[in-house]
Design a binder for this molecule. Structure first.
Ligand code: NAD
Length: 348
């Protein structure tokens, strides 16, 4: 529910500045751990949510998406883009904002930046899945693609799964150097690599988070040994994948919401008969997760609306009683609800 001091027509707004203050106030790893639990709790209420593939508007340069959902009490949506060429213009590949609203009145409860929040919730979702599917005792991971998402992914795997070593590779050495620098004080052992092959040798988890609007082959079949958990987050749009399809034929694949992932995930390379498990079924005990130590598990992550819903509700709860938001005058509030025009006239 809204911060109690806020009158109905004034909407709490969390700017990028305030989101950063909030995250530092709580601690980034603590936020990642708490978000993991929030997202998992909502996966446990899967049937309650209204679910549909997100609404995507594609262009040559990228995609703009709207991601709505509701649990019947609260409603949320996120606006998010995916433009791999943006980095060359000094812009984010992925930028977002979103809103949480009451279902009973339709009035917003929260408007917030979601560029940082998306990186946090994506990393938390990766960690939620990896803590169930990664091989027992996993301590070493590789991250292929060392852009905006990379450090969040590393820290969530540290906080939630117990990863102690991260091997980094990016086609741009400057991105790897940036991630190494940013993770320098994290307590993780960081190993930088000059090839993807070198990065994945001997690891327990491989995260692919590259951005390229193409059917890329970040991992080939020979790079994936028995027992590995693959956390593939960069293939998240029609025509945009990261894994060679031979990996999919060997892996047991877990998805968020199957109708959306069939369109957007790695599995767009496979026909409709290719078997996948929606992850909520593992949490519910309806389907097995990892069955044995040699099995290759794949989380074909694309990002789903319930994860944003959980993140928005988490932020709303965390700003209550804090200084980390402003109230914005976003909804008209005439004294007589039917006298909207009179309110405009009196303002002349
Ligand atoms: P970014 O542009 O900041 O970073 C991408 C990095 O990938 C860059 O450093 C680039 O040099 C590197 N790269 C590109 N091709 C490569 C290759 N062949 N081998 C190694 N590295 C390569 O993007 P970002 O914000 O970090 O996002 C990464 C990906 O994750 C994007 O594709 C984005 O759409 C996706 N994403 C998915 C989710 C989800 O929920 N699944 C959420 C957020 C972002």
């Amino acid at each position: 529910m809204p911060p109690s001091a806020s009158p109905l027509a004034l909407v709490p707004f969390v700017s990028v500045e305030n989101m950063m203050r909030l995250v530092h106030h709580i601690g980034v790893e603590q936020v990642l751990a708490e978000l993991t639990d929030e997202i998992e709790a909502d996966y446990g209420r899967w049937a309650l949510f209204e679910k549909a593939p997100r609404l995507a508007s594609h262009s040559v340069q990228g995609v703009i998406e709207l991601m709505p959902t509701t649990d019947g009490t609260l409603y949320s949506f996120k606006y998010v883009n995916g433009h791999p060429s943006n980095a060359a213009r000094g812009c984010q590949t992925v930028a977002a904002f979103g809103m949480l609203a009451r279902v009973d009145t339709g009035y917003p409860l929260l408007l917030t930046e979601m560029t940082l929040l998306t990186a946090l919730r994506t990393a938390a979702t990766s960690a939620m899945v990896a803590r169930r599917l990664a091989p027992a005792g996993a301590t070493v991971m590789a991250i292929i693609g060392n852009g905006a998402q990379a450090e969040f992914q590393a820290l969530a795997m540290k906080a939630v799964v117990g990863i102690t070593e991260v091997r980094l590779y990016d086609i741009d050495p400057a991105a790897t150097a940036k991630a190494e620098r940013n993770l320098g004080a994290s307590g993780l052992r960081i190993v930088t690599c000059t090839t993807a092959q070198a990065a994945v040798e001997g690891v327990h988890i491989i995260t692919t988070c590259t951005a390229d609007k193409s059917y890329a082959t970040i991992l080939t079949d020979n790079m994936v040994g028995a027992g590995i958990h693959i956390n593939a987050i960069g293939g998240d749009c029609p025509g945009k994948t990261e894994l060679h399809r031979d990996i999919l034929t060997r892996a047991t694949t877990f998805v968020e919401f199957e109708p959306q992932t069939r369109l957007e995930g790695e599995i767009q390379q496979m026909d409709g008969a290719y078997p996948v498990t929606e992850f909520w079924r593992v949490l519910a005990g309806e389907m097995p997760g990892r069955r044995d130590a040699r099995q290759i598990t794949l989380f074909d992550s694309v990002g789903f609306a319930t994860e944003d819903f959980s993140a928005l509700r988490y932020v709303l709860g965390r700003i209550e009683g804090s200084q980390f938001y402003q109230l914005i005058d976003m909804l008209a509030d005439p004294d007589d609800p039917r006298d909207l025009f009179g309110m405009l006239q009196r303002a002349a």
